[in-house]
Design a protein around this ligand. Structure first.
Ligand code: NAP
Length: 421
């Protein structure tokens, strides 16, 4: 490819939650600005979910060092930690990885739906801030379409396994008589919905809390559970035996102090499942007697144990991805020729228009019907002369022959600096 597509990522596959969360980029708009200014990327898209922080970029040359430096400056991390945790791939491998993401093959819960929505949101926000351009917009639009098609064709997402159901299963495996325990769900977002669905399905009663009681009430109307005021809960964790915490709060909601206080008045243990990334439960609570804390790392282990049914679909998905990735690569390479092709068409059209007006003036032609015939004639002549070489330039680009595209640029006197990609 004339242009490089890169992917730098930190994911749950290589890094546990306490490392992963440190790579989180808090201010995405600022990050886009910094990456474009300092990393040598002229397009970028950031995908950030509970299991991954990923950067896709487009550039003419690659400078991994600059990318890492910029990322380090955004997170305050030392550059060494990047070497241990960041995976870096480019071009075909980057496209391949994006298809694995959109088809759910790289998700902790194979085939889960949430990642597709998260990728759609990422490309929309990159598009809105103009962080992405023609290459990444096209790439993501195509990858989302292909991923959706693969999911439907393979049925990889079917079978009712989710982060929520795995969290509930983890609680069941670790707590005797969960049915008689007092359960609290903190959060009313997507993950809380998955937890609530699973609790409902298995017949557990639970309370729900969120910052506003109206939100909890609305949530409980559709998902079940009993809404409880947030302020009441924060100072009364002793009422509960099991906490599921799934919020995007940028600080610890469940603090060491609050749980120490709660455990004073309790003669039973407490299990806390923190599904958030970054975590919203202070890990120090695990040092309090009677408290068992679990997070996304343990949920990942539970998922692995429960994936058998979906595993036999992986091969099918991999085969489809392998077929799709070469088509995707060809269409990305084809894009490299587009600025030149557009420029040639534009120049020839200007020329045609100018010469047409000159001829019409000389003929002093006013008859609309005749003008239309002459206009169409000039278009047809231009079209028949230019179409074939332009399609050949596109094909050369698609087949990875940048020399031919370069030569055509010279022949058509195309100035790259004018290209608006
Ligand atoms: N989506 C996934 O696939 C997935 C999977 C595993 C883990 N996770 C992690 O789970 C967490 C929740 O994800 P989600 O997808 O459910 O997010 P979401 O749909 O955006 O919901 C976020 C929830 O967090 C609450 N919240 C935000 N800021 C808060 C604060 N300062 N104090 C208290 N509550 C606050 C929100 O309450 P309000 O309504 O009051 O704003 C809302 O209930 C995240 O940390 C995510 O990384 C997500």
């Amino acid at each position: 490819m004339n242009q490089n597509i890169i992917n730098a990522r930190v994911t749950f596959r290589n890094s546990p939650i306490h490392i992963l969360e440190q790579f989180t980029i808090r201010d995405i708009d600022n990050a886009y600005e910094q990456f474009k200014k300092h990393s040598g990327l002229d397009e970028c898209v950031i995908i950030q979910t509970c299991n991954r922080i990923e950067l896709f970029g487009k550039s003419k040359t690659n400078n991994l060092n600059k990318i890492m430096k910029t990322w380090a400056s955004l997170t305050g991390l030392e550059e060494e930690i990047f070497n241990e945790n960041v995976e870096f791939v480019e071009n075909q491998e980057a496209l391949h990885h994006l298809l694995k993401l959109t088809s759910g093959l790289d998700s902790m819960v194979l085939g889960e739906e949430q990642i597709l929505g998260q990728i759609k949101n990422s490309i929309t926000s990159a598009r809105n801030t103009k962080a992405s351009g023609q290459h990444l917009n096209t790439l993501f639009d195509k990858a989302i379409r292909i991923g959706t098609r693969i999911r439907n064709a393979s049925g990889i997402g079917r079978g009712g396994i989710s982060v929520g159901s795995m969290a509930v299963k983890l609680a069941e495996e670790n707590i005797d008589e969960l049915k008689i325990k007092k359960i609290l769900l903190i959060g009313t977002g997507e993950v809380s919905t998955l937890v609530a669905k699973s609790l409902q399905r298995r017949g557990y009663a639970f309370d729900v809390t969120s910052r506003t009681i109206e939100r909890s009430q609305a949530f409980c109307e559709t998902m079940g559970g009993k809404p409880i005021k947030f302020e009441e809960v924060l100072s009364a964790f002793d009422n509960y035996d099991v906490l599921f915490v799934a919020t995007t709060a940028p600080y610890f909601l469940v603090t060491h102090e609050r749980i120490t206080e709660a455990m004073k008045g309790k003669n039973k243990g407490m299990m806390i499942l923190d599904l958030s990334n970054p975590r919203t439960v202070d890990e120090k609570v695990a040092t309090i007697g009677g408290v068992k804390l679990m997070n996304l790392d343990q949920i990942a282990e539970m998922v692995e144990k429960n994936m058998n049914a979906r595993l036999n679909k992986v091969k099918t998905v991999q085969n489809i991805i392998n077929e799709e990735v070469s088509l995707l690569e060809a269409s990305m390479k084809r894009l490299d020729a587009e600025p030149l092709v557009k420029d040639v068409f534009k120049n020839i059209e200007n020329l045609r228009e100018k010469e047409l007006q000159k001829a019409l003036q000389m003929l002093d032609e006013k008859d609309e019907k005749k003008i239309k015939i002459i206009d169409e004639l000039t278009r047809a002549v231009v079209e028949s002369i230019v179409s074939t070489p332009m399609n050949n330039i596109r094909k050369a680009s698609e087949q990875g022959k940048p020399d031919l595209v370069e030569l055509a640029s010279k022949l058509f006197d195309y100035k790259k600096q004018n290209q608006a990609d």
